[in-house]
Write a protein that binds this ligand. Sequence first.
Ligand code: SF4
Length: 91
Amino acid sequence: MNEDKCKRCGKCYHYPFANKIKRCKYLVDLDNGLTECSIYDERLKKVIDITPEGHPVLCLMREKTKFWITGCPYNKAVWLRNKNGKHEVKL
Ligand code: SF4
């Protein structure tokens, strides 16, 4: 994925967890309003959480998460899923 278009909003660092949306513990808020990952170079496939059922939550490339996130330039039309037209992460 070409990351040049990323707005560094941090929205994709949130994930469904036990019927809620949880924030990744490695997401850092910067003073300028942007975000960054504190383990960026080693993040992919890292276990970032364990579900209540004991399943690992892995860090994935944005294009593999397949979530429609408002304002994200990497959204793909095929990720539009529910009756309202979007499988959207609300923050
Ligand atoms: S949601 Fe999109 S624009 Fe925001 S940080 Fe993730 S990839 Fe970048």
